[in-house]
Design a protein around this ligand. Structure first.
Ligand code: PLP
Length: 812
């Protein structure tokens, strides 16, 4: 039974931790020590429960889900765990008695930045749901010493600073030294036949020790705990003694540094292939340590690996961990002596693959030389998989060499990870209806003909407890008072809220809560940006990674259009807006960084123009991350989801906004389509081309952005102004040139100019609707009421039922 926590009990435990671990009395302790003491108190409870959960899995011989992902953007843990364990109130009281505001202590915790954006956040939301749904869930990733960089803005430009999350983050992790595994990188492989068996000898490799650190992941109102295992790379030797005794000190530490560099830093590219050799080593490091670990545990439990697929699912979140396929083959054959066929059966019935992007620059292809150099045995196995598979393809496409070489896993000196993932898994899914359709019909259309039964869809979802209950307690309380507590674990019950659409009091309360949340965000902006925003303005928000396909540029062009409108006629009535951006750009992505600079140049002009006053403000919030998203989402009124149709696989930011009552302005892309279906087209602002039109136009090669510039005086004025610059010595010629200078099919890859007019018209509709608060608030209510289907609980229950074939306690 769930333990209940008293204020005094917790207080005593905090005091005890402070004395024993920091030798401080409460009166002498600083906020960080208080935070760490709180974390230790809660961790004690989590660890005990995790041990019980792990013991139960073993006893029940349940099929386990192993979720492999290079990123887990988990966000802060203290409030989340306190909330899930039902001890938030007791903790709050205890801290108040000790003279602290609970909110200030939460703020001490750094965001563990072990991810870039949507992909990593999704993995974290799913861990929460796996725990809550009573599943035997295990996540695996890398314990990056430096997570995603911290973003500072200096003179309008992004500066990257290292992230030192471990100072406060390590408090939630338990090292499990006895589960350390050796990963072998590089070296040479020799094979020979002995008694009809292939013997593989791997020599001259560099051993790297993978040390696991376990994070217990709590679920809501359950004893069950999921486990996130983060591997850290350690050198097996402290020093190269031979070099050391020669007096070559640098050489002596070099080997150690090489090994340990593997878990030093997260690659900051989102939806883009990094391509560096160290990244490949990271992928193999994660995969090899994880598979060895799972196999060792399995063998200890069952005495054999023959029933591996029956008891384990290996879920690969995008292709980054796709080396699980050859690595598990290696262990089953080389170490267990299984035949190819039996090993392949186990592999291809335990691996499931989720694709996350259709952007060609994000589809992973590794040079075969690199794979060969770092993991020679794995390369041999990939070649063998490829040969057998190409033979099979011959039956489907006899004589069609072109098609077969296009579908091959190894070709043109590259290993195509997506093809490997499709071939080696029993399930392939996309993350929204639209995206899964594009996978079937475009990206994998030829493979779909061969493996049609593998393909399915699971639309993404978000952790309702974190994104609604914790981030927006006032709204949660209002919902509770109307429909009870059930929605917290049965998200579809939110639907009942739509019965209150004609309750004017409720609609007013919704608006009041939104206003409170706007005030909180405004206070943050006043402190950090030194900008006073107009609380009566529309909080119009675009927060997400900076990427050309996400089209922050389209938003900026509209801001410029509004600015010109004001300048032309300063006294004309205008619905005031605060445009809020938050976004990191990959450090090597010049166009994205330039966009950040442009936002700042424009903000500087707009925010200081007396003609503008409080009609328009542009705010860039530095260092967008999970904890800031928790502040921003509840305060947002308009959610900008304006990617070019066909490019955003799903989006999850769109779901967080919706659940907090923001209305969406968006294209028919990713999960926006399903949001539109859920709320009805009258409760969302849709604009722009749809996917078929966008794809046909791109394919025709005839798209000419300059035609739109010539035809639309508003767009022309905006682009001309940007070209002239803002008197701040930053040259934006390249930005405008990238949009309109150059012939048809050569510029404006994401067709911003084409969708500009339709976007401006949709923004007009937004402004008009905002002037009718009853209607706006009603639309907001309908969005909240229909957001239940975008809860991660629903998504994880679908994975469990349709893909993983494991039981959950989710009730639809
Ligand atoms: C949800 C989330 C994302 C994903 O946002 P999209 O709009 O879906 O791209 C990225 N970063 C953070 C910090 C998030 O919380």
């Amino acid at each position: 039974m769930a333990k209940t926590y008293s204020k005094n009990g917790i207080k005593q435990e905090i005091v005890g931790k402070l004395r024993r671990h920091f030798s401080r009395e409460v009166t002498e302790a600083n906020a960080k020590q208080i935070y760490l003491a709180c974390a230790m108190v809660i961790r004690d409870e989590l660890v005990e429960r995790m041990m019980e959960a792990q013991a139960k899995i073993k006893e029940n011989e349940e099929r386990q889900v192993h979720y492999l992902c290079m990123e887990f953007l988990i966000g802060r843990s203290l409030r989340n765990n306190a909330f899930n364990l039902g001890m938030q109130e007791a903790l709050e009281g205890a801290l108040a008695d000790l003279g602290y505001e609970v909110a200030d202590i939460f703020e001490v915790e750094d965001d563990p930045g072990l991810g870039n954006g949507g992909l990593g956040r999704l993995a974290a939301c799913y861990m929460d749901s796996m725990a809550t749904l009573g599943m035997a869930g295990n996540g695996y990733s890398i314990r990056y010493e430096n997570g995603i960089f911290r973003q500072k803005i200096e003179n309008g430009a992004q500066i990257e600073q290292p992230d030192t999350w471990l100072e406060t983050g390590a408090a939630w992790q338990i090292p499990a030294m006895d589960d350390a595994r050796e990963v072998r990188i590089g070296g040479a492989v020799k094979t020979r036949w002995e008694d009809g068996r292939l013997v593989v000898e791997h020599t001259d490799y560099t051993p790297v020790i993978a040390v696991p650190y376990d994070m217990p992941i709590s679920g809501y109102n359950t004893e069950n705990i999921a486990r996130l295992r983060l591997w850290q790379a350690k050198s097996p030797i402290a020093l190269d003694m031979e070099a050391f005794s020669r007096g070559d000190y640098l050489k002596a530490v070099e080997k150690v540094a090489m090994a340990e560099s593997i878990s030093k830093v997260l690659y900051p590219e989102d939806n883009h292939l990094a391509g560096q050799s160290l990244r490949l080593k990271q992928q193999y490091f994660l995969v090899s340590a994880t598979i060895q670990d799972i196999c060792a545990k399995h063998k200890a439990r069952y005495g054999t690996l023959q029933n591996f697929a029956e008891k384990n699912v290996l879920h690969i979140n995008d292709t980054h961990p796709a080396l699980v396929i050859p690595e598990l083959m290696r262990i089953l054959m080389d170490e267990e002596g299984m035949s190819w066929e039996m090993a392949w059966n186990n592999v291809s019935q335990s691996v499931a693959y989720t694709n996350h992007t259709v952007m060609p620059e994000a589809l992973e292809c590794w040079p075969t030389d690199l794979v060969q150099a770092h993991m020679p045995r794995v390369m041999m196995i990939i070649n063998e998989i490829n040969e057998r598979y190409c033979k099979e393809l011959w039956n489907y496409y006899p004589g069609d060499f072109d098609r077969i070489s296009k579908l091959a896993i190894v070709a043109d000196g590259q290993v195509r990870m997506a093809n490997l993932a499709v071939v080696g898994s029993f399930s392939v899914n996309g993350v929204s209806e639209l995206h899964s359709g594009i996978l079937r019909e475009k990206v994998f259309s030829d493979l779909f003909r061969v493996y049609s039964t593998k393909f399915c869809n699971v639309t993404n979802g978000i952790a309702l407890r974190r994104w609604l209950c914790e981030a927006n307690p006032e709204l949660t309380e209002l919902i509770r008072s109307k429909i009870g507590n059930g929605f917290i674990t049965h998200p579809s019950e939110l639907q009942v809220l739509s019965n209150f659409g004609s309750d004017p009091k409720l609609l007013r309360q919704l608006k009041q809560i939104k206003d409170h949340n706007k005030q909180r965000l405004a206070a943050y902006i006043a402190e950090h940006n030194k900008i006073e925003v107009n609380l009566d303005s529309i909080f119009d928000v675009q927060v997400k990674r900076l990427h050309e396909y996400k089209r922050q540029m389209l938003n900026i062009l509209h801001v410029m259009a509004m600015y010109h409108q004001i300048k032309k006629n300063p006294s004309a009535p205008l619905v005031p807006r605060t445009i809020i951006f938050g976004s990191k750009a990959a450090p090597g992505y010049a166009a994205a960084k330039k966009t950040i600079q442009l936002i700042h140049s424009i903000a500087n002009m707009v925010n200081h123009d007396p003609d503008v006053g409080d009609k328009l403000k542009v705010v860039f919030i530095e260092d967008y991350r999970v904890s800031l998203a928790e502040l921003i989402m509840p305060a947002a009124e308009l959610s900008e989801q304006i990617s070019l149709a066909g490019k955003e696989a799903s989006g999850t930011g769109n779901m967080k906004f919706m659940m907090n009552g923001a209305l969406t302005i968006g294209t028919m892309d990713g999960a926006n389509i399903e949001i539109c279906q859920a709320v009805g087209p009258e409760n969302i602002f849709i604009f722009g081309m749809e996917t078929p039109e966008a794809e046909a136009l791109a394919a025709s090669g005839a798209y000419c952005a300059r035609d739109y510039y010539n035809a639309n005086p508003v767009l022309k004025d905006v682009l001309d102004h940007i070209r002239r610059g803002f008197g701040d010595h930053v040259d934006y010629n390249d930005v405008v040139a990238g949009l309109i200078d150059g012939g048809p099919g050569r510029t404006d890859r994401f067709m911003i100019c084409k969708d500009f007019e339709s976007y401006c018209l949709a923004q007009e509709r937004v402004a008009q609707m905002y002037q009718r608060p009853e209607n706006w608030n009603y639309m907001s209510l309908i969005n909240i009421a229909n957001s239940g289907r975008f809860a991660a609980d629903r998504a994880v229950a679908e994975y469990a039922q349709n893909i993983w074939r494991v039981h959950t306690n989710f009730a639809y």
